[in-house]
Ligand binder design. Structure first.
Ligand SMILES: Nc1ncnc2c1ncn2[C@@H]1O[C@H](COP(=O)(O)OP(=O)(O)OP(=O)(O)O)[C@@H](O)[C@H]1O
Ligand SMILES: [Mg+2]
Length: 344
């Protein structure tokens, strides 16, 4: 049931304003019945029947919710259904996503990018440790708070975007960031090494404001095929061709992360982190993203207690282990009675 302005009307969340729009639907800032601010991603009605998304929530909801404990991850509170709307509830992050930042300011310097990227790696390493593959690492899924704190979002919930679905079953992700093996006919699907490739593309983009491979085709399927071909066979321009003077060692790290052969990439995110830390040390970059005077870098360039509604997944205490944490907050706020209404 949408209002006159097309803004969804939910039962337990009041939509305040639209904050973004992606392939799955629009994202709104909303408040829940306790007045807490949340981000709500309302899934397009035509995708609401996407069984893959629901299945993933059913299978991985518990883990997806639990990884929200990490300081660099946006907590996911649940997948709910109200008034025929299927929507995802997340922490609202006050800040700017990396894609917007790049559009606004252009490429980041090595000194700015590496400390931010270290936090991104720390989020993904933590997820991998919990057995969660992100599947859609890219700048628009990374938010920077005004304090400089990184919050990675949309873990494990990527959907299939574009692609010739009639000829082969695609895998979830965004083509520009997808590893070559994901386009193979016999793909095994996403894993740690495909996330590492997407991380490499993300770092490439942070430092150049350009992508290794893209397509100007306007038709989604044609663009998907063109990009897939380039990931499989194309040679990306070296970042230093786009940003003259870009540190060669940093460039080597990027090129290793986006190696065509999975075996030629960093094999784990901690290994990738170690390589980044080495560069941070070598270039004498401070945590605040500044190259020290004279340093080489200076020269180079789920868990909500979903309130009464119809939780599609995690409708009970057993589905979300962090109910306990949410319950503690609720009790502290003196609203234990509300919680009592939700527990089975
Ligand atoms: N939890 C959040 N807190 C604050 N802003 C958010 C939040 N989630 C999303 N946004 C904003 O909304 C934008 C759109 O997000 P969304 O995930 O729908 O699209 P996307 O990442 O561009 O594409 P995709 O559908 O592939 O994920 C984000 O880029 C971000 O600016
Ligand atoms: Mg997103």
């Amino acid at each position: 049931m949408s209002s006159a302005r097309g803004i969804p009307k939910l039962v337990n969340y009041e939509i305040v304003e639209k904050i973004g729009e992606g392939g799955m639907g629009a994202v709104y800032r909303a408040t829940d019945k306790l007045g807490q601010i949340r981000a709500v991603k309302v899934i397009h009605p035509e995708l609401a029947h996407d069984t893959g998304l629901r299945e993933r929530f059913t299978n991985e909801g518990k883990t997806l919710a639990a990884i929200g404990r990490h300081p660099n991850i946006t907590a996911l509170w649940g997948l709910l259904e109200e008034n025929n709307y299927l929507f995802i509830v997340m922490d609202y992050v006050e800040g700017e996503d990396v894609e917007r930042k790049l559009k606004r300011n252009g490429a980041l310097s090595v000194a700015e990018a590496l400390p931010l990227f270290s936090q991104i790696l720390s989020a993904i390493a933590y997820a991998h440790q919990q057995g969660i593959i992100h599947r859609d690492v890219k700048p628009s899924n990374i938010l920077i708070e005004s304090s400089g704190q990184i919050r990675v979002m949309d873990f494990g919930i990527a959907r299939i975007k574009g692609g010739p679905r009639s000829t082969k079953v695609g895998v979830p992700g965004t083509p520009e960031y997808m590893a070559p093996e994901l386009f193979a006919e016999q793909t095994q699907g996403a894993n740690e090494l495909t996330d590492i490739y997407a991380l490499g593309v993300t770092l490439y983009e942070m430092l150049t404001a350009a992508l290794p491979f893209e397509s100007s085709a306007t038709d989604t399927n044609a663009a998907y095929v063109a990009i897939a071909q380039k990931h499989l066979k194309g040679k990306p321009r070296r970042p230093s061709e786009l940003v003259p003077g870009l540190d060669k060692e940093v460039e080597r790290v990027i090129m290793k992360a986006i190696a065509k052969e999975p075996k030629d990439r960093f094999q784990t995110v901690p290994e990738f982190s170690q390589a980044i830390d080495q560069q941070v040390g070598r270039l004498d970059i401070s945590a605040a993203g500044q190259a020290q005077p004279g340093g080489a870098a200076a020269r180079g360039t789920m868990v909500e207690t979903p309130l009464p509604g119809t939780p599609v997944v995690g409708g009970g205490e057993s589905a979300f282990p962090l109910w306990a944490v949410a319950a503690a907050w609720a009790v502290a706020a003196g609203i234990g009675f509300l919680l009592g209404r939700q527990l089975p």
